[in-house]
Design a protein around this ligand. Structure first.
Ligand code: F6R
Length: 532
């Protein structure tokens, strides 16, 4: 198999048209196998252009199309007869009597298919066959799971193909349910085959084609057995590599992500006094280096703060209405998407971590403050740009004053900062306790109360009981609002594992799906890369 990787669809079209031109100029009475669908349209345009410039003469070629819907009248707008006339035959000097397309009007499809197969043989077989590929790996209308040794036949379309082709019809119930198609053995008996693929939606099918196996689950994989088979695809179909960037207060983590796995990474420090432009320059430098070494398709960025109308506002960073996506994109010349960092982490966990498979989930980050990423119906929910500020949900209207200006915000009771304050107060009130002793010996952290409780300290247990009650109160509010499949806990506190999860799930019963997030710092990178 030969593989030609092109930068985009236009290049795929030009490369394919050049192969056709060489074929026809080398053998003017070539027998060509033609395909429909959106993919070959660019190539047909190039061929029509070459014809108009006098570079190719189609007068002696014979054509056999791969397939036609069944049943369908030839003059139906969506018939492949109409398609071929509109996209190629109407623009070149082909002899109409040499055009062959399966007849979707026949009342005897079996006889039509048999006759079609004989006609191909009578012309000495196809010299050059062009193919597109379905998202599920179908070629012609040979669907996954079909027998692969078939000749031209009638076949039922798979639901995936009906869904993909419904874009050409008023609705999916208007897509014909069957088709007449060359079989895999008809296609395989062509002397030369080229398959065109463009766009991300074809990536999985192409990845399987490029892997080792041959399987009826991806009919295109059969083509690897052909002695003269060339795949021409653009980089979006060939590669699923994206850069994910997770901007933090102190550093920016940049990763190259291939199929949701980080394959390369680099951290860039953020120093005091840096402007938004400086930070963007530093990110761009790393991205350009990665883009020179990997076939990167796009960049996704997770940043703290609010993102609205393409602008970012972040309190601890010099982003004040900064057009981060535009600025980075203009430096790196790749598409850039920006989302909130907690939302990216939630997406990362949903794709490749503890939230895998959950269409509706929350990731609650508990650290200095509390934030959340919300996944609704499989997608990030960002509201008007600031959704997820759950740390400022009020749990006591007469409660502790928050720097945001309100009282009783959840993070004043349930963040790690709050736990440290609660630990310090209990240690002061009970200096004789194990907790009191630990607090005198070393700096108080979010771990101190857990450590003392582990050593049997009653005071520490009371601190944690009180803390879990507050944490559970806020989580319970979120569960009542969002009714998620799972709630993941991340941030510093998540290191406590079961010591945190068991008491929380007990307090939240019957809800029992609070879990620790799995991907730690990688979640933000993987989620950002998946913004695409
Ligand atoms: C069309 C055909 C199909 C298409 C395939 C991809 O004659 O045989 O196999 O090649 O469905 O269609 P597009 O190019 O529209 O993505």
């Amino acid at each position: 198999m030969n593989v030609i990787i092109c930068k985009d669809y236009d290049e795929v079209s030009v490369k394919a048209a050049e192969i056709f031109k060489r074929q026809i100029n080398g053998k003017p009475n070539s027998v060509l196998g033609l395909a429909t669908g959106s993919t070959p349209i660019g190539m047909y345009n190039c061929l029509a252009d070459m014809y108009s410039k006098g570079e190719i003469d189609f007068s002696q070629v014979t054509t056999f199309n791969l397939d036609e819907y069944y049943p369908i009248s030839q003059d139906n707008e969506q018939s492949y007869h109409t398609f071929m006339n509109n996209n190629l035959f109407g623009k070149i000097n082909i002899d109409a009597s040499r055009i062959h397309i399966p007849n979707g009007e026949t009342t005897n499809p079996a006889a039509e298919c048999e006759a079609y197969e004989k006609e191909i043989a009578r012309h000495g077989g196809v010299d050059l066959q062009i193919l597109g590929i379905g998202r599920n790996g179908h070629i012609g209308f040979n669907e996954p799971g079909d027998r692969l040794n078939t000749k031209t036949h009638i076949t039922a379309l798979s639901s995936d193909t009906i869904d993909a082709n419904s874009r050409f019809f008023e609705s999916s119930d208007k897509v014909p349910t069957h088709a007449l198609t060359m079989g895999i053995s008809t296609i395989m008996s062509s002397k030369k085959i080229i398959l065109l693929a463009s766009g991300h939606s074809k990536h999985n099918a192409i990845k399987e084609l490029l892997s080792n196996g041959i399987t009826t689950d991806n009919p295109a994989t059969m083509l690897k057995m052909h002695p003269d088979f060339t795949l021409i695809c653009d980089s979006a179909a060939y590669s699923d590599i994206h850069i994910g960037i997770d901007i933090g207060g102190m550093s920016t983590k940049i990763g190259v992500v291939d199929n949701n796995e980080i394959i390369d990474r680099c951290d860039v420090e953020i120093t005091a006094g840096q402007t938004a432009e400086d930070i963007t320059d530093a990110m761009a430098e790393v991205c350009l280096d990665f883009a020179a070494r990997y076939d990167v398709q796009s960049i996704g960025v997770g940043t703290p703060g609010i993102i609205a109308h393409g602008k970012v506002w972040a309190t601890n960073l010099p982003f004040c209405g900064f057009r981060l996506a535009d600025e980075l994109s203009s430096r790196v010349k790749l598409p850039v998407s920006v989302e909130n960092d907690a939302a990216c982490a939630a997406l990362g966990e949903q794709i490749a971590g503890a939230g895998a498979g959950a269409e509706n989930m929350l990731l609650v980050t508990i650290g200095t403050g509390i934030g959340a990423g919300i996944i609704m119906n499989g997608k990030i929910y960002s509201g008007c740009g600031a959704a997820g500020e759950v740390g400022h949900m009020c749990i006591d209207i007469n409660g502790i004053e928050c720097p945001c200006g309100r009282h009783g915000c959840w993070e004043q009771y349930a963040s790690v900062t709050a736990l440290k304050n609660q630990t310090a107060a209990a240690a002061k009130a009970h200096p004789e306790s194990i907790l009191g002793k630990l607090c005198r010996e070393s700096a108080i952290s979010g771990k101190t109360a857990f450590k003392a409780a582990d050593m049997g300290c009653e005071t520490a247990r009371e601190v944690l009981d009180n803390y879990f009650n507050y944490l559970a109160a806020g989580l319970n509010n979120l569960i009542k609002i969002f009714d998620p499949q799972t709630v993941l806990i991340s941030g510093g506190i998540s290191n406590e594992g079961d010591n945190l999860i068991i008491p929380l799930n007990k307090r939240l019963a019957p809800f029992s799906a609070v879990k620790i997030a799995e991907l730690k710092n990688d979640a933000g990178i993987i989620g950002a890369a998946a913004l695409k």
